[in-house]
Write a protein that binds this ligand. Structure first.
Ligand SMILES: [Zn+2]
Length: 221
């Protein structure tokens, strides 16, 4: 959710001045456009390549086992570049073609985390937080005054959503009878990360997952 950071930059520089769109867009439209720009900047992987097909196969395997109205509009885009996995506009899951090189359990955990954002309707929840602070057209005079408070609220929600998506991915992994060790392995593959404005760091995410473990199995480093 690096887009949150981008949003704060947009707010800080005054969206009404930065965006030429007419009429003045509301904040959710500004968010949608910001996601679209990120999508447009991504490099698609060769969709027919064995690696891209492998990622898609895992994604479809997950979809077959999941339910929820949000899934009817979900879309997968397999890309090259720096992004490992990301969900944009609440329904477009972006996955790096390099996920094909991971053991299936790790790939499933990373994809299931992204699908968790879709199933749990995180996009709408985040839109509500933004709309609460910027209820009308996005105008610099207003957004400057509330940017810090919006940032705090959005960051708190983004953290909660990351924990929820991790929990969703863990339970999905277990439903597929895949061992919990894939979770730790996936985090190690992603590399140790500290807290950011939009993501809790690895330590917090792993301890949140360990705290779940209601069935006796646990994610232990
Ligand atoms: Zn996430």
């Amino acid at each position: 959710m690096r887009w949150l950071l981008m949003m704060w930059m947009i707010l800080a520089c005054g969206a009404a001045r930065c965006e030429d769109a007419r009429p003045t867009p509301d904040i959710v439209e500004v968010l949608r456009v910001s996601h679209q720009k990120q999508l447009d900047a991504m490099t698609p992987a060769d969709a027919a390549s064995p690696r891209a097909l492998k990622v898609r196969e895992s994604f479809e395997k997950l979809l077959r086992g999941l339910k929820g109205p949000a899934l009817s509009k979900v879309e997968l885009r397999v890309v090259r570049g720096d992004i490992v996995g990301e969900t944009l506009q609440g329904r477009i899951v972006v996955a790096n073609v390099a996920l094909a090189d991971l053991p299936e359990g790790e790939r499933i955990f990373i994809l299931a985390h992204e699908l968790g954002h879709v199933v749990l309707d995180h996009w709408s929840q985040m839109g509500l937080v933004y709309a609460k602070w910027v209820p009308g057209p996005v105008e610099q005079q207003h957004t400057d005054a509330i940017a810090d408070r919006l940032g705090r609220d959005a960051s708190a929600l983004a953290y909660r959503q990351e924990f929820e998506a991790d929990a969703f991915a863990l339970s999905t992994l277990r439903a597929l009878d895949l061992p919990d060790q894939h979770v730790l392995a996936a985090f190690m593959t992603l590399g140790w990360r500290n807290d950011t404005a939009t993501h809790p760091g690895t330590r917090k995410r792993l301890s949140a997952l360990r705290a779940l473990a209601p069935d006796g199995r646990s994610v232990q480093p």
